[in-house]
Write a protein that binds this ligand. Structure first.
Ligand SMILES: [Zn+2]
Length: 303
């Protein structure tokens, strides 16, 4: 049983040795360059925001970042965009669609913010064929139960495309973060294909409870179990045992490029879970790293 790739340079070989054509990453970030620069400036100040330094590992040009993903063997990815204020989502969505049109391994994505035209631009995005939506409750600092999102959740449920929701308290608590708040959205829209970003960090147990309650909910692995995240939000002792009950409900996510460590670090964390329980093993790796994210991004059930 493999404990994962020792460095980025051997990731592609490691993936091939698992019998996979590549990786599918449901949680990476590409943004218009001036927005990305603001995000990086925020991470430069991470000591103040998060109480820990956060040196962005892949602070490179867009072209170079794409090249790095391809060298890692990432076959397909969801480049997620997110607004921190009103009036921004529609423009980001247009940018994300153009980006995916010129980069064939990027799926078209969209985002949303509670604002009067939210339903209109989400409908437009769905008609244009977006295949993944990011909802960032923590950065956006909005209530996911906002009435202006009611029709949006309904449309996303019907579309059956994955909605990557950052609704957990990590890395810092927001006014409306917490899985109990998002559980209310799920209770209203129980068929929503929701991917709980960062596996609900730090409420890992509560996230797994939601998987038990709602059949179309998933976890993404973004930052989970890496030494960096373990210092801030350690996984519960029963994590691996509980994964064994839901091996097909976990999808690779990484937060590339805004991570304070190499990409291979995330893969090692996942490989360690796979190795820690005989019910998981390499078939779990194949599901997490490829099959499940591939199905989420390519086989919307609602259509
Ligand atoms: Zn992210």
């Amino acid at each position: 049983m493999s404990f994962g790739p020792g460095s980025d340079g051997v990731v592609a070989t490691w993936v091939r040795d698992l019998g996979l054509p590549g990786l599918v990453d449901i949680h990476v970030h590409f943004l218009p360059q001036r927005v990305m620069r603001k995000v990086w400036a925020f991470f430069d100040d991470a000591e103040r925001h998060y109480g820990t330094a956060w040196p962005v590992w892949y602070r490179e040009t867009e072209e170079r970042r794409l090249d790095i993903l391809r060298k890692l063997g990432v076959e397909q990815f969801a480049p997620l965009v997110y607004p921190h204020k009103p009036g921004m989502a529609k423009w980001l969505n247009e940018w994300a669609r153009e980006f995916a049109a010129r980069e064939p391994d990027a799926v078209p994505t969209a985002t949303v913010y509670p604002e009067p035209d939210a339903a209109e631009y989400v409908e437009q995005a769905l008609r244009a064929g977006v295949r993944c939506v990011k909802v960032h409750v923590q950065v956006g600092a909005f209530d996911p139960r906002d009435p202006q999102l009611e029709a949006v959740w309904g449309m996303l449920t019907d579309a059956g495309i994955p909605v990557v929701v950052h609704c957990g308290h990590g890395p810092v608590r927001g006014e409306f973060t917490g899985l109990d708040v998002f559980a209310e959205v799920l209770a209203e829209h129980p068929r929503l294909t929701a991917v709980l970003a960062h596996a609900g960090m730090p409420e890992f147990g509560a996230a797994l409870d939601l998987l038990d309650r709602f059949p179309n909910t998933y976890l993404d692995t973004t930052m989970v179990g890496t030494p960096f995240a373990e210092r801030l939000s350690p996984l519960p002792p029963d994590w691996v045992a509980r994964l064994a009950d839901v091996p097909h409900r976990v999808a690779l996510g990484t937060d590339f490029p805004n991570i304070p460590y190499p990409y291979a670090t995330q893969l090692r964390a996942i490989a360690q879970w796979a190795a820690a329980d005989e019910r998981l093993g390499e078939q779990f790796l194949r599901a997490v790293l490829y099959e499940t994210p591939k199905a989420l991004l390519n086989d919307a059930r609602g259509r």
